[in-house]
Design a protein around this ligand. Sequence first.
Ligand SMILES: Cc1cc2nc3c(=O)[nH]c(=O)nc-3n(C[C@H](O)[C@H](O)[C@H](O)COP(=O)(O)OP(=O)(O)OC[C@H]3O[C@@H](n4cnc5c(N)ncnc54)[C@H](O)[C@@H]3O)c2cc1C
Ligand code: FES
Length: 335
Amino acid sequence: MPGQFLTFRLQLEDPVRHEPKTVVRCYSLSDRPNPDYYRVSIKRAPPPAEQPDVPAGLSSSFFHDRVQEGARLMVKAPSGHFHLMTDEPLPIVLVCGGIGITPMLSILNTVMFSNLYTVMFCGISREVWLYYGVRNGAEHVMKEYLESLQKAHPNFHLHVCYSSPAEEDVEGVDYHHRGWIDLQLLRSTLKLVRYQFYVCGPRQMMETLVPALEEWGVDSDDIHYESFGPASLIEHENLARQVTKGETATQAITITFSKSGKSIPWDPGADSLLEFAESNGLEVGSGCRAGSCGCCQTGLAAGEVDYHQEPDADVDSGHCLLCITTPRSDLTLVA
Ligand SMILES: Cc1cc2nc3c(=O)[nH]c(=O)nc-3n(C[C@H](O)[C@H](O)[C@H](O)COP(=O)(O)OP(=O)(O)OC[C@H]3O[C@@H](n4cnc5c(N)ncnc54)[C@H](O)[C@@H]3O)c2cc1C
Ligand code: FES
């Protein structure tokens, strides 16, 4: 489905320990589904500016530096609940920041392609609005492609926002709006009709835009969103979790890991059971750390957990995803 992602299992070398390492990462399809190929678009993840000595991102560096034409990779079939909804042909608003453009390209290309046929046969074409936020021209992905699409399709409305344009970036030529994508911009450019909204971007965008859309009166069923990692979890989902954390902080919760025979008091400061298990020296599988790949699925022999977000991976009964859960009660995990 347009907007879904592939899950890669990569065998690479740990840059610190210099030993083989398996990493699992998800990458969204960035083109419309095609029987001949899948396309993904991967942004290199350099070390954080304030920690230049830590290694660059493992998977993205591997793709950029090592993967050559003809390489064979282990890939799981496309999955994920964030995808184009085809039940109602409502006009679509795609809102994305940075590399969050990838699933939007998949959705956009699908709709533009199907419009070619629906226009020809019944004179109908689905309207798409793309709001794309980046820092400046250096991060502007698929610029010429998007502009050519806009010229060719009157029903495609492109709004590019630069939050800190470089000197050579010209407003009205390279980009349309200076600043972040916000509700004000959407309200001043969209018509007053019902839309399907799709949002994928960095933390700040997700935290502000999704609740703002709901406050504006958009039905939550018409808002679809995806986060690309633990850094982009949504605040209002976390709010419920903070309350739970607050409530449980006074109660002592014990996590028992049945395979290793360890019983450890839960640390209310831990973000997830995955983080808690790792910080206590337990070897647990993980990949995306965002509820998408299913790698951290663990048997839950006793107790209850709270999910911080809707999991994208399908969770087997009697199991939980450690990366997006915290305990509600004493737990026994099969780990
Ligand atoms: C559903 C989904 C879809 C996605 N789609 C896309 C997509 O289409 N395109 C895309 O580019 N990405 C996408 N992502 C993100 C992608 O999966 C990876 O998270 C991303 O490529 C970074 O992975 P990495 O292995 O390169 O970096 P990691 O190895 O995970 O490192 C991440 C960052 O941490 C830094 N770091 C390393 N060690 C330390 C340390 N000790 N202390 C502090 N920082 C450290 C690294 O330098 C790097 O900046 C998607 C994620 C999800 C969940
Ligand atoms: S690490 Fe991917 S679902 Fe938990």
